[in-house]
Design a protein around this ligand. Structure first.
Ligand code: 8YV
Length: 306
């Protein structure tokens, strides 16, 4: 019996999950060879454009190995009745802990200290400038979805006061609400960006928000690059109008603008928020389960409401 065909624009990890996909399906990797497929497997940062969908007349399911759907043309998916699935919850801890790690690396100069030691400056009796405590300060979470709330739980558990901004106040939330990004930035020292990407949140963290964060403030972005105005951020770092930034996501990955590479107090990671073995395995399992449900005619496990 021949295996069902699908188009994979992204890989599953770790390797045994990739092997499992390969064992269950005939995996096509070129869209030009996939005109007949019902299923596309893609990643959060890869997505699927309207133009790509137009090449796939039989498409029924877009299975995203991730939670971000900003790179998927949702309007076109809705118009054609194509289902979209994501991998919610199973990556929240991994992304939240990277956000915490970036905050600590930035405030406590961990990455800078590493470069300092390797460059021999310590042995030459150099001094690393003082850092600032992270856990003694107030955190602000911009985007109070699954990842933002998981991060809030971690930070609160470590004794931090936590504030958040969401579309509306969440009844019963343990953290303090601020109506917009500016008010949040004004009232916190560490601003964590965990909001969904896309047109609605593009440039949400702009020069005004950074000014409100202030000279002792640290920005951490584990969401999507375009949520933060990168040039305004580079200028704020150069001018010392904020203290530092920890960034895992960028406008044009894998390109990182020189202005951020050269900015002081900036810790950069290559979009590794969900890149732990545990998280990626659980994400891959959800992808496999959703695809299996589609081919078996069962309800999808984690549909994204398009
Ligand atoms: C990864 C992500 O980039 O979940 C997302 O939206 O950005 C990340 O988990 C990717 O999707 C992993 O395949």
């Amino acid at each position: 019996m021949s295996l069902p065909r699908l188009l994979a624009l992204a890989e599953l990890k770790p390797q045994d999950m990739a092997d499992e996909l390969q064992a269950r399906y005939e995996v096509v990797r070129e869209i030009g060879l996939a005109a007949d497929v019902e299923v596309v497997l893609t990643a959060g940062n890869v997505g699927l454009s309207g133009a790509q969908m137009a090449q796939l007349p039989g498409l029924r399911l877009i299975a995203v190995n991730g939670v971000g759907v900003d790179a998927v043309d949702l309007a076109e998916a809705r118009r054609r009745g194509i289902a979209v699935t994501t991998t919610p919850d199973v990556l929240s801890l991994a992304v939240a802990e990277l956000a915490l790690g970036l905050a600590l690396a930035t405030g406590r100069k961990i990455a800078e200290g590493d470069r300092f030691v390797r460059a021999g400056h310590w042995a030459a009796k150099g001094k690393l400038a003082l850092g600032s405590s992270v856990l003694a300060r107030r955190a602000g979470i911009l985007g109070y979805g699954r990842i933002g709330r998981k991060l809030a739980d971690l930070l609160r558990g470590m004794g931090m006061q936590v504030l958040y901004t969401a579309r509306r106040e969440v009844p019963g939330a343990l953290d303090g609400y601020r109506a917009d990004a500016r008010a949040l930035a004004r009232d916190c020292d560490l601003l964590f960006v965990t909001v969904a990407g896309g047109a609605e949140t593009r440039g949400l963290v702009d020069a005004d928000v950074l000014a409100a964060l202030g000279p002792a403030g640290i920005l951490v972005n584990v969401a999507r690059g375009p949520v933060v105005d990168a040039e305004a951020l580079a200028q704020a770092l150069q001018a010392g109008s904020i203290a530092g930034a920890g960034l895992d996501v960028f406008d044009d990955e894998p390109q990182v603008p020189q202005s951020l590479m050269q900015a002081p107090g900036c810790v950069l990671t290559p979009h590794i928020g969900s890149a732990t073995t545990d998280a990626r395995r659980a994400m891959a399992q959800q992808v496999l389960d959703n695809i299996a449900a589609h081919f078996a005619g069962r309800p999808l496990l984690t549909p994204y409401e398009v």
